[in-house]
Design a binder for this molecule. Structure first.
Ligand SMILES: Nc1ncnc2c1ncn2[C@@H]1O[C@H](COP(=O)(O)OP(=O)(O)OP(=O)(O)O)[C@@H](O)[C@H]1O
Length: 237
C-alpha cells in the first residue's frame, strides 16, 4: 500500500503572472482520498491553479495546506517531498530517453513506496514499451509514462492536467481506469478535464472555475442533474 492520501486545503489564493492576477481568491478543499474534477472554460485559470499548488507560480495571497502542513511558501521540490506531484498538460516526457530510463530517473528521486515494478504492474503497456524512446510512444503511452513518473515520487496528492487531451476515446477510458485505481489506493486526486464524460467517470465531486475563482461545487450526480447550469457554467450542451 502507498501512503494514504492527504487533504488539500486552498484558501483565498491569489496568483498570476507579472502584473496580471489570474487567480482572484480560490477556495478549494479536497478531503484525503477524494477525487475532484476541476472544470471551466478555456483561460479561466485551471492550469494556473495547478501550477500554483505545485509552486511553479507564486502565491500572492492566501494559503495552501497539504495534510495539514502549510506549503504556501515552500519551493516546488519541498512540496514534492510533502507529497504533491503533477502530471502536467502536454505530458513533458523526456523524448530522447527510453520509457525505462524516464522511469529510472524518477525512481532515483523516489520518496514513497511506489516502485518501478509496481508502475509496470499498474500499466503493463509501459513494460511492453520499456525500450522505446519517449518520442516513439503514442499519446496514451506518453500519458501513462507521465503518470508513472509522478507515482514514483510517492504522491499523497496527485494533480492531473487534462490527461485526456488529444487521446482517442478508447485510450481515454484506459487512462481514466488508471486514475480510478489510484483513487482506489487512497491518493487524493485533482483533475482538470475538458472531457466531461471522462471527468464524471472518475470524480466524486465537481468544482467549476470562472474568472480565477471557484463558482460552483457539487457532487457529480447533482451537477449532471442540471443541464442548464452546466451549459451556463461551461458553455456545453
Ligand atoms: N506563463 C504565462 N504567462 C502569462 N500569462 C499566462 C501564462 N499562462 C497562462 N497565462 C494566462 O493566464 C490566464 C489563465 O490561463 P490558464 O492556462 O490557467 O487557464 P486554463 O483554465 O487552464 O485554460 P485552458 O483550459 O485553455 O488550458 C489566461 O489569460 C492565460 O493567457
Amino acid at each position: 500500500m502507498s501512503a494514504a492520501g492527504a487533504d488539500l486545503r486552498i484558501h483565498g489564493v491569489e496568483a498570476g503572472y507579472g502584473g496580471s492576477t489570474v487567480l482572484t481568491g480560490v477556495d478549494l478543499h479536497l478531503a484525503a482520498g477524494e477525487t475532484v474534477a476541476l472544470l471551466g472554460r478555456n483561460g479561466v485559470g485551471k492550469t494556473t491553479l495547478m501550477s500554483t499548488i505545485m509552486g511553479f507560480v507564486r502565491t500572492l495571497e492566501g494559503s495552501i495546506h497539504v495534510g495539514g502542513e502549510d506549503v504556501t511558501s515552500l519551493p516546488t521540490h519541498a512540496r514534492a517531498r510533502v507529497g504533491v506531484a503533477i502530471v502536467p498538460q502536454g505530458r513533458r516526457v523526456f523524448a530522447p530517453l527510453t520509457v525505462h530510463n524516464n522511469l529510472r530517473i524518477a525512481e532515483s528521486k523516489r520518496s514513497g513506496d511506489w516502485t518501478l515494478e509496481r508502475v509496470y504492474e499498474l500499466m503493463p503497456r509501459l513494460r511492453e514499451r520499456r525500450g522505446n524512446r519517449g518520442d516513439q510512444l503514442s499519446g496514451g503511452e506518453q500519458q501513462m509514462l507521465a503518470i508513472g513518473r509522478a507515482l514514483l515520487l510517492g504522491p499523497r496528492v496527485l494533480l492531473l492536467d487534462e490527461p485526456s487531451d488529444g487521446l482517442a476515446p478508447a485510450i481515454v477510458e484506459q487512462v481514466m481506469g488508471i486514475v480510478r485505481e489510484l483513487a482506489g489506493e487512497g491518493i487524493t486526486v485533482l483533475i482538470v478535464e475538458q472531457d466531461l464524460r471522462a471527468a464524471f467517470s472518475v470524480a466524486d465531486r465537481i468544482s467549476v472555475m470562472e474568472k480565477g475563482r471557484i463558482v460552483h461545487e457539487s457532487t457529480v450526480h447533482e451537477f449532471r442533474s442540471d443541464a442548464d447550469r452546466a451549459r451556463r457554467l461551461l458553455g456545453v450542451a
